[in-house]
Every structure is written in C-alpha cells, then in structure tokens.
Design a protein around this ligand. Structure first.
Ligand code: CMP
Length: 174
C-alpha cells in the first residue's frame, strides 16, 4: 500500500551531527522524500504534535525537548517519506520508542538515550499509523511544500493576507 509518513530529526539528532547518518539509514527503505524543511518549533506546534501525550508526567519536558531547549539547537528537520508501506518501513529502521528497548542496530538503538529526567531522547520521530501520519503531515506542512498532493487539496483565494517576501534590491528593475 502506498503511504506517506512524517519523519522528524529531533534537536538531539541535529546536535549530535547525525543527519547524514540517519538519512543514509533511511535510504535503505527505498522510499522517496517528497518534502523537507528545517523548522523552529513553536510551543503551539509542539503541543499540537504531542497532544495525545498531554496527560503524561513527562509532557512539559517533552515540549522543551522538541523545541530544542534541552540541546541548544532550536530546530527540527522535518520530512515526508512516500512509497510502499512507508510507515512500517521507517518504523522498522527507527526501532522502538524506548532507546533501551530498541534493536541495537536501529537508529534509536544506536543513537538514543534516556535522560536523567526519564525522557526518551530517541533522535527521530516517525508516524505511528495512517491516521497519525495524516494528522501530523497536515500539521507540519502546507500542500505547496509537498511535491505530490498526498491528501486531497482544494484551492482557496485568500484576500488581505500579509506574507513575508524577498525585498527587492535597490537597483533591481531600474
Ligand atoms: P516520539 O516518537 O517523538 O513520540 C513521543 C515521544 O515522547 C517519544 O518519541 C519520546 O521522545 C517520548 N516518550 C514516549 N514515551 C515516553 C516515556 N514513557 N518516558 C519518557 N519519554 C517518552
């Protein structure tokens, strides 16, 4: 079944310079990257992403973690992988959520750790199932940032919307 899944390289993965390594591992899936961007994660985005964990005792620490406050790297590399059984294939290489339970050759087993405060610093996030993949991809990406319409889209005309654009050079168009 053709699927899409959200993959985040979390602040600990970036701080440990694991991006190249993780992307190489994920290339074993033979899936296609159809979207990628570096994001500074707002508290609102972090809370929405981990909404289902809001009652857990580690929630506040988890929000600080994904916002990069524990690692001095206030960014996350966020991607959409697309292809046959994408969710299962990525999760297999990622390994179990708890790095100590993850297969030692998996990404989390190789590079994750549990902090003294009990947070699983597991270097990547990947969607758990199709429902979560859709919720997460729609939260992190706009349709225009993904090269295929992986979910149904519609065109809306937005009026009076202010947006940041590149400033023209002074000599341009003279
Ligand atoms: P992730 O795959 O991003 O989804 C939820 C995150 O919460 C998880 O990775 C871990 O970083 C963290 N997490 C999940 N369960 C626990 C737990 N029992 N104790 C501490 N951290 C957890």
């Amino acid at each position: 079944m053709i699927q899409q899944t959200l993959v985040l390289i979390k602040p600990d993965g970036l701080k440990k310079s694991l991006t190249g390594n993780i992307l190489t591992r994920l290339s074993e899936t033979k899936l296609e990257i159809v979207a990628a961007k570096i994001i500074r994660v707002s508290r609102e985005l972090a809370i929405q992403h981990y909404w289902h964990l809001k009652e857990s005792p580690f929630f506040e620490e988890l929000i600080k973690y994904i916002q990069g406050e524990l690692h001095g790297r206030k960014k996350v590399l966020t991607m959409v992988y697309y292809g046959e059984d994408a969710i299962k294939r990525v999760r297999l290489l990622a390994g179990a959520t708890n790095p100590e339970e993850a297969d030692s050759i998996s990404i989390r087993g190789s590079f994750g750790r549990i902090t003294t405060k009990g947070i699983y610093e597991n270097v990547i996030h990947c969607s758990e199932n199709e429902y979560e993949a859709e919720r997460e991809i729609k939260l992190w990406f706009k349709p225009d940032n993904i090269i295929y319409d992986v979910y149904e889209t519609e065109v809306k005309e937005l009026k009076n919307i202010k947006t940041k654009v590149w400033k023209k050079n002074e000599n341009e168009n003279k």
